[in-house]
Design a protein around this ligand. Structure first.
Ligand code: SAH
Ligand code: ZN
Ligand code: ZN
Ligand code: ZN
Ligand code: ZN
Length: 418
């Protein structure tokens, strides 16, 4: 489809595979956004193929990345009063007179496109949740303290922007970043060496071999400039598809050196909600989840409110040694000397589990029957033979839950969401 190769899905009901497999869009979970559909065994006629190709051609962006880079150069030469939000050149104003846009775009604004562009809000596909300044700064400081000099920013435009802007202001700032993102609007602000139009659900570079080469070059660490990949994918996305793409990026990194990095892994931060922990560990067993709560600017639920603060469920998963990830004491994190990692202050070390077991920052309690720590709001149910919310309905389904993958409940009653 227009977003690159489709993925092969299989229809299941009650956990059983029904057999018939089909191709659908890798990125759009909603047929309204991309209606590409094809049975695996379906014969597609020449006419339909042609129609599809024509459709894909017509749905390409109106300018190429190269053209956008040229346009940007012309745009910055314009006087302030002639600079509009969409980076329109004066000759194009008339065509766009029916929608509203900001004018007098300053050079500073041009350096922070994530503030200038409206976040895409399509819940299922594109939802853009931008890091709060504090979290973005924390991530960057951490990356620098850990000694990294290159950041492959996959779906993290704000982190990329922070790095770019520091690099342009401070000669001594040595960190570089390459942004891979599906939002083509960024091609208006960054050159082909700074941004690749990329779909992280099917590892598709829209810019073809040249873009792939840009990425490969970036991953090549000369002068020992260490690389880390940071990604913050949409949460509605398929973990399996993401993991498969990330493994391909890791393979690209490995290829860049003959010794294959002595079987090391490419350092990674995968930013995702804590209730996906078991899913992520399935694909990346060497990862561990940090207690740090990642905050967002435009996510009403996940922001720290002034009162009755709502905690963010979003965490950092990493293959780096947990003890190296130093979390800020002034934000309420402490070091657990037994676990050798920083944890939330509310996260008590459980003597029986011999670990700091809380996932959500609250103090959890140990259940001797379940032989593990559980959320403070849970009670042991003798019917279900496990801990659950007091008012749960005792019933079992075999199909795994969409959110946590465990059997026994559906996504609507997933305990990890409560
Ligand atoms: N917190 C990050 C933004 C995360 S929002 C920050 O502040 O930098 C998710 C990001 O992933 C968005 O930038 C979105 O455009 C991008 N994205 C969504 N679907 C994608 C896909 N299929 N492939 C690549 N990037 C995608
Ligand atoms: Zn501990
Ligand atoms: Zn315990
Ligand atoms: Zn229990
Ligand atoms: Zn029960």
């Amino acid at each position: 489809c227009t977003l690159g190769p489709a993925l092969l899905f299989v229809k299941t009901s009650q956990g059983k595979e029904e057999g018939r497999r089909f191709y659908a869009c890798s990125a759009c979970r909603d047929r309204k956004d991309c209606n590409f559909f094809q049975w695996e065994d379906e014969k597609v006629s020449e006419t339909r193929l042609a129609a599809r190709e024509e459709y894909n051609r017509n749905h390409q962006p109106s300018f190429t990345h190269r053209q956008n880079v040229e346009r940007y150069k012309n745009f910055v030469l314009l006087p302030l009063s002639k600079r509009s939000q969409q980076l329109l050149l004066p000759a194009e104003w008339e065509k766009h007179s029916d929608h509203q846009f900001l004018c007098d775009i300053s050079t500073a604004q041009l350096k922070s496109p994530s503030q200038l562009l409206y976040p895409l809000e399509n819940k299922k596909t594109n939802a853009q949740y931008l890091f709060a300044d504090r979290s973005c700064q924390f991530l960057l400081d951490l990356i620098i303290d850990l000694g990294f000099r290159r950041v492959l920013s996959v779906g993290t435009p704000r982190l990329h922007e922070m790095i770019q802007s520091k690099a342009s202001q401070d000669e001594d700032f040595r960190v570089r970043s390459l942004l891979l993102d599906i939002d083509f609007r960024y091609s208006q602000f960054y050159t082909e060496d700074e941004f690749c139009h990329y779909n992280m659900f099917n590892h598709y570079f829209f810019g073809g071999e040249a873009a792939r080469e840009t990425c490969r070059k970036f991953l090549y660490q000369d002068n020992g400039e260490r690389v880390i990949m940071v990604t913050d994918p949409p949460f509605g996305g398929l973990v399996e598809a993401l993991a498969s793409s990330f493994k391909k990026l890791i393979a690209m990194w490995k290829e860049t050196e003959e010794e294959g990095h002595n079987n090391q892994e490419m350092p990674m931060f995968w930013i995702f909600p804590y209730f996906f922990e078991s899913r992520i560990l399935e694909f990346f067993p060497s990862f561990s989840m940090m207690d740090y709560q990642v905050d967002y600017d435009n996510h009403a639920l996940y922001k720290h409110g002034k009162t009755g603060r709502r905690q963010s469920p979003v965490r950092i998963f990493t293959n780096l040694t947990p003890s190296m990830i130093v979390l800020p004491v002034e934000e309420g994190y402490r070091f657990c000397a037994i676990c050798h990692r920083y944890v939330s202050s509310g996260n008590q070390h459980c003597e029986i589990c011999n670990s700091c077991t809380s996932k959500d920052g609250r103090r959890w309690k140990h259940c001797v029957l379940c032989k593990k720590c559980v959320k403070p709001s849970w009670f042991h149910c003798n019917n279900c033979n496990c801990c659950a919310l007091q008012n749960h309905t005792c019933e079992k389904t075999d199909a795994g839950c969409f959110v946590c993958g465990k059997a026994g409940h559906k996504r609507s009653t997933c305990p990890s969401l409560s």
